[in-house]
Write a protein that binds this ligand. Structure first.
Ligand SMILES: [Ca+2]
Length: 462
């Protein structure tokens, strides 16, 4: 691949973007993670809802009105005034009959960053890139979803030949090569970890592999080991999840989707299946002894939390706790903080509906199931996430950043006491699907746009 010019500032980017950013252009996007071939509702193939459910909107008495503020917020001394005013969405929700469980669970007041942001294009020409990981020398690993290619990119945007030795991927639709992470002991081991849709007998499934990265003019990986396979095998090119997060104790979180088709969706709360779960493994794939279901008969011992739809965003906060954002159905994207052994409810509860408008849930809440910290109706279609800890943007510290696909935005959430108190949509002028957001070692944010000519962008204060 050719070396790309070093820096183009926002103006240059804007002028080129609307014509050259691939299939999205300026037209309204099909729902969420359409991927390479913008397809219709991402859930195409899901059979219609049970007829009994059609048209029925049984409102639980608890749903009427809004429950009082959570006690944990009471008595917290005011630091600075919380944002107030209208939310980002201006239109009606898709599912108006579902009311939030607590104030601020959706439609937080719109906020605006005080810091002016400069967008620099580091590199382009990536085919639907998916993830960035920083090497210790500040070069980046960048994955390309449909081609299964992995590149090493310098801070100036020079791109290596594709790293050789990775196993083949099933690159259809939402499949392909997804996340990549540097092992916690990379300095000694040169181990990198990645997720991909693995072609299998009888279908496909998400797999996690690791290998030693051998740097040089023709980079390659050696000693590839598949350390985790999402089971069961099923034929679906959608909803496999695929984000990797190393916890400070050295364990590895892997987020998994429920495959979209009903046969998969039905397993999202079933501990005998990996579908719709966050799992937690050791870097060699073995199971941590303190995982919550290791002593549950028949359960997959890797499971950390259950009842998720399709988690494409995951990050640790300053306290090293895991946060995730999952792609919901129409009107149901969710921010969660998955804790060991807890059930996040999909598909039994949620705030969304089918793309057809048919109901999925009788109620947005139910016994033994967790409420999302926040939800979006209408959706913003999350992919990629970082919780900012750098010095370049002091006003952004501890804010959550999420890439928005159909929303064509970088979503910023201001947090207070684990609740969302403000929401901003940044970079909407780019009209680009944002697939990935990571914080670089320099405190800048690095993004990937999802397009056939995907770009690697850097955000700094202007
Ligand atoms: Ca949920």
């Amino acid at each position: 691949m050719r070396t790309l010019p070093m820096t183009l500032i926002l103006v240059a980017l804007l002028s080129g973007c609307s014509e050259s950013s691939g299939p999205t252009g300026g037209t309204p996007q099909a729902p969420e993670d359409a991927g390479v071939t913008p397809q219709n509702p991402e859930d195409a193939g899901v059979t219609p809802q049970n007829p009994e459910d059609a048209g029925v909107t049984p409102q639980d008495p608890e749903d009427a009105g809004v429950t009082p503020q959570d006690p944990e917020d009471a008595g917290v001394p005011p630091e600075e005034p919380l944002p107030s005013g209208p939310p980002v969405p201006t239109g009606p929700p898709n599912v108006p009959e579902f009311q939030p469980a607590f104030p601020g669970q959706t439609r937080a007041p719109a906020i605006q960053s005080k810091t002016a942001v400069q967008v620099t294009e580091i590199a382009s020409g990536f085919r639907n890139p998916w993830a960035i990981a920083f090497l210790p020398d500040q070069r980046m690993l960048v994955t390309e979803k449909p081609t299964g290619s992995l590149y090493i990119v310098t801070a100036q945007g020079a791109k290596s030949p594709a790293v050789s030795g990775l196993p083949p991927v099933d690159g259809r639709n939402q499949g392909g090569l997804l996340d990549v992470e540097i092992g916690p002991d990379y300095a000694q081991s040169q181990l990198i970890y990645w997720t991909y849709y693995e072609p299998r007998q009888g279908g496909n499934g998400l797999a996690v592999a690791r290998a030693k990265l051998v740097d040089g003019a023709q980079p390659r990986v050696e000693n590839v080991q598949v350390i985790f396979r999402m089971m069961p095998t099923l034929e679906s090119t959608m909803h496999a999840g695929g984000r990797l997060v190393f916890a400070p104790d050295g364990t590895l979180f892997v987020t998994l989707g429920e495959r979209s088709i009903l046969a998969g969706r039905a397993q999202a709360r079933d501990v005998k299946s990996h579908f719709g779960k966050v799992v937690r493994i050791h870097p060699d794939g073995s199971v941590p002894r303190d995982n919550p279901f290791v002593n549950t008969e028949g359960a997959k011992p890797e499971i950390w939390s259950v009842g998720h739809r399709n988690i494409l965003s995951a990050a640790l906060d300053a306290q090293k706790r895991l946060w995730t954002v999952e792609m919901g159905p129409q009107g149901g994207d969710e921010l969660n903080r998955p804790e060991a052994g807890k059930d996040y409810g999909w598909p039994t509860i949620g705030y969304g509906e089918e793309y057809s408008g048919a109901p999925i849930h009788d109620s947005p809440r139910g016994p033994g199931m967790e409420q999302p910290v926040y939800y979006w109706d209408p959706v913003m279609s999350p992919s990629g996430m970082t919780i900012y800890t750098g010095d370049l943007f002091p006003e952004w510290r501890n804010n959550i950043f999420i890439g928005g696909l159909s929303s064509q935005a970088l979503v910023r959430l201001m947090m207070r006491n684990d609740r969302v108190v403000g929401e901003e949509r940044l970079l909407t002028e780019l009209r680009a699907r944002i697939r990935e957001v990571v914080q670089g070692p320099d405190g800048a944010l690095y993004l990937l746009t999802d397009a056939t000519n995907g770009k690697l962008l850097k955000l700094t204060p202007r």
